[in-house]
Design a protein around this ligand. Structure first.
Ligand SMILES: NC(=O)c1ccc[n+]([C@@H]2O[C@H](COP(=O)([O-])OP(=O)(O)OC[C@H]3O[C@@H](n4cnc5c(N)ncnc54)[C@H](OP(=O)(O)O)[C@@H]3O)[C@@H](O)[C@H]2O)c1
Length: 303
């Protein structure tokens, strides 16, 4: 099969399409013919070599973790799915490829009307957002800010928080403000002066603040949310320095998150836009776009 891999750490151009052996479904696994693949910042952080000290890879390595596709092999012990079913979820590894393997509880059925790219956009965003909101204790009646509301995880987090009954403020650049408003989210511009801008909307401050961006906003969030206990980040490397909790590492059973988001989409109660799609061979361009960090929703590769 064709897969995107890199044989050395470096800039996006180290990625290339190679012929590699197909994976097959082992016990407790399915295999899918991949129709769309989600691109996540983690993948270019790994590719760059920035994480090689604590996560050394055997090279060449195929990036990627989330896919949507059609089941074509079923291993022993798998229940609730048949060959030909359309699913989305987390691959065991090597998702930038034409075939991927997924373990039980790592996938859910794709809503039938949902296009493939939109389905591949969901797993990381939904699982991460729900895990972070749970860890932060977001419930109805609270005023909650999501810093970095226009990306994959951020858009999922603002919608899940609003569905819980919270009043939600989301930070984004101006071009994304109308879209956030259309979801019932109050948009504010991130960066200098954030505290004052948020206080105009929420004069008594915030009950909870979730930092998705990881770009230096924590001191403002701590001030707005009355202390570190009400703040959580998923991305800021300075979390410890500020005494803020960081949620990382996928939950052991992502099925409830995948199933929940699929049901919400069927009810037209959740949306995660695809900003752009790229053929596999343009993986370097997709990584460059992801590294630019300014777009709405998710970037997707198409095999
Ligand atoms: N800990 C975990 O379990 C976990 C899981 C998934 C992701 N992550 C990390 O979380 C971060 C976000 O992931 P993602 O997939 O949601 O990213 P993403 O989709 O690539 O984020 C892009 C978005 O970031 C926004 N943005 C850029 N600079 C910003 C700033 N200074 N302040 C606020 N927003 C800003 C952009 O909004 P504008 O276009 O409006 O500028 C854009 O919509 C990444 O660092 C990723 O590695 C962690």
């Amino acid at each position: 099969m064709k897969a995107v891999q890199f044989g050395e750490y470096g800039d996006p151009d180290v990625l290339y399409v190679a012929e590699v052996p197909e994976p097959h479904a082992g016990a407790g696994q399915i295999r899918v013919v991949v129709r769309a693949i989600g691109v996540n910042p983690w993948e270019w952080k790994v590719r760059s070599g920035a994480l090689r000290e604590f996560m050394p890879l055997t090279l060449p390595s195929i990036p990627g973790s989330e896919v949507a596709g059609v089941v074509d092999e079923i291993g022993d012990g798998i229940t609730g799915v048949s060959v030909g079913d359309e699913v989305f979820g987390f691959a065991t590894r090597d998702a930038y490829a034409e075939y991927a393997v997924m373990a039980q509880d790592m996938f859910a059925h794709k809503p039938p009307a949902l296009p493939w790219p939109e389905a591949a956009a969901l797993p990381t965003a939904a699982e991460t957002a729900l895990r972070a909101l749970d860890a932060l204790g977001v419930t109805g009646g609270q005023t909650v800010l999501v810093n970095g509301a226009a990306g994959g995880v951020g858009l999922a987090a603002v919608q899940f928080a609003a569905l819980r009954g919270a009043t939600v403020i989301g930070t984004a650049s101006e071009p994304n403000h109308d879209f956030l408003r259309s979801l019932g989210i109050a948009p504010v511009t991130y960066g200098e002066g954030l505290v004052e801008r948020v206080r105009e909307i929420a004069p008594t401050g915030l009950d909870r603040a979730l930092d998705v961006a990881g770009k230096g906003g924590l001191p403002d969030l701590i001030e707005l949310a009355h202390g570190t206990d009400n703040v959580l980040t998923i991305a800021d490397p300075d979390a410890e320095k500020y005494g803020v909790r960081c949620s990382s590492g996928r939950s052991k059973n992502p099925f409830p998150a995948l199933d929940q988001v699929a049901r919400l989409i069927e009810q037209d109660a959740f949306t995660l836009p695809v900003a752009e799609t790229f053929p596999l061979a343009q993986a370097p361009t997709a990584h460059r776009r992801s590294q630019s960090a300014h777009f709405r929703g998710k970037l997707i590769l198409l095999p």
